[in-house]
Design a binder for this molecule. Structure first.
Ligand code: SF4
Length: 402
């Protein structure tokens, strides 16, 4: 076992590469990989190329050559996160009975969740209850997809490819671990069996002499492979907010589109960014609701912003806040490729925006596979079934020493 310190301070690295190599040899189980939004913009650097030169399709082809039977796209569950989180935000804004308090904070970054649970437990009610896209994907693979294949969840090995080591810790959180019951072993199995970082999977490709840049692209497998431009935005700071607003605005306004899809106020590498969005009433009458949004990235900037919020700084009062522990968001994750390029974050970020702009569908609620999933399985965002599969809870860990 090798251990290295995660740059977010969130989690010690746990090498799962050898367990994955063993799992890929196991012919009795179905091997499934899912690739995070930010991994696709950094993977080319594992092959000495600038950001974005290797496509998601080439990563899919490479994972199939490694022995994965199915490759899904975590962008799919990023779209699902937006459906659930956008609905939760609107419920809190309306002050529905049982809805949590404002401001609501995003919950897809485990580095941030660790910070809250250990240092700011009073903020736990403000965290969105949504699992991260990794958490949602694992839950769907084991609880929805495996039964459709008529396989027991214990017969499926799910491996997520992620930008940081904190995602390994997230996969083993007590609230999510063993969330799925296997009748085969008469006990719980993890939703996400293993998590590999961009660097680890890059090492595995090189070990197996699989040159991604030379491969023909393949599409991710259905039905957990279809996604929109909104989902890929999760890779960069401000992206979750931008994606959530594209959907929340339309849901709350009775189908009206945001006047401008790209929200330049909350793009870029400035430590704290903010904007105000006026959501019109569905009947077109009255002033509508103004939603104050904030975006912060980096642990020091986050701590400073929380202090300003606590002190009542009028410029730091928000309804919805996106927090990412790494500078730049997941494009700057500790498990991403090492780079000597001082502008690497800007280049990765530009590629994220480019992927969104080139997407045929750019709003999570327009994803046909997401719509079908709600029709066939979940009912509607925020339903009891959605909560059972896709939402989680948090614990005060301020007394813990590790
Ligand atoms: Fe991991 Fe992304 Fe959070 Fe960094 S910002 S800790 S890469 S989830």
């Amino acid at each position: 076992q090798c251990a290295a310190v995660c740059p977010t301070g969130a989690m010690r690295e746990r090498h799962e590469l050898f367990q994955v190599i063993d799992a890929l040899e196991d012919q009795s189980r179905v091997k499934v990989a899912a690739v995070a939004p930010s991994v696709r913009v950094a993977m080319s650097e594992e092959f000495g190329l600038p950001p974005g030169r290797v496509s998601m399709g080439q990563i899919v082809a490479g994972l199939k050559l490694l022995g994965f039977d199915y490759v899904f796209d975590t962008n799919f569950s990023a779209d699902l996160t937006i459906m659930e989180e956008g609905t939760e935000l609107l419920s809190r804004l309306r002050k529905d009975p049982g809805a949590g308090p404002l401001p609501m904070f995003t919950s897809c970054c485990p580095g941030w969740i660790n910070l809250v649970e250990k240092n700011y437990p009073e903020l736990i009610p403000h965290l969105s209850s949504c699992k991260s896209p990794q958490g949602m994907m694992g839950a769907l693979i084991k609880n929805v997809w495996a039964p459709r294949l008529e396989r027991d969840p214990a017969d499926v090995v799910s491996v997520s490819v992620m930008p940081c080591t904190a995602k390994k810790g997230e996969a083993h959180r007590p609230a999510d671990r063993g969330a799925t019951y296997s009748s085969k072993i008469d006990g719980p199995v993890p939703n996400n069996d293993y998590v590999l970082t961009t660097r680890e999977i890059g090492r595995l490709f090189r070990l197996r002499k699989i040159a991604l840049p030379a491969l023909d692209a393949q599409v991710p497998d259905d039905p957990l492979g279809e996604s929109t431009g909104a989902a890929v935005l999760f890779g960069a700071t401000g992206g979750v907010m931008e994606a959530a607003l594209r959907t929340a605005y339309e849901l709350a306004s009775g189908g009206q589109e945001l006047p401008k899809m790209e929200m330049s106020d909350i793009r870029g590498l400035q430590g704290v960014k903010s904007s105000r969005v006026c959501i019109p009433n569905p009947d077109g009458k009255g002033p509508g609701a103004v939603v104050r949004v904030g975006v912060v990235h980096g642990t020091a900037e986050t701590r400073a912003l929380l202090e300003r919020m606590k002190l009542g700084d009028p410029a730091a009062q928000f309804d919805f806040v996106e927090v990412m522990a790494c500078r730049g968001g997941c494009i700057g994750g500790g498990g991403q490729s090492k780079s000597d390029d001082a502008l690497v974050l800007q280049k990765r970020m530009a590629h994220v925006y480019n992927l969104d702009e080139k997407s045929e569908l750019r709003k999570s609620h327009d994803n046909p596979s997401i719509q079908k999933l709600y029709e066939s399985e979940l009912g509607r965002p925020g339903s009891a079934r959605s909560h059972a599969l896709l939402h989680t809870h948090y614990s005060d860990r301020s007394e813990q020493t590790t």
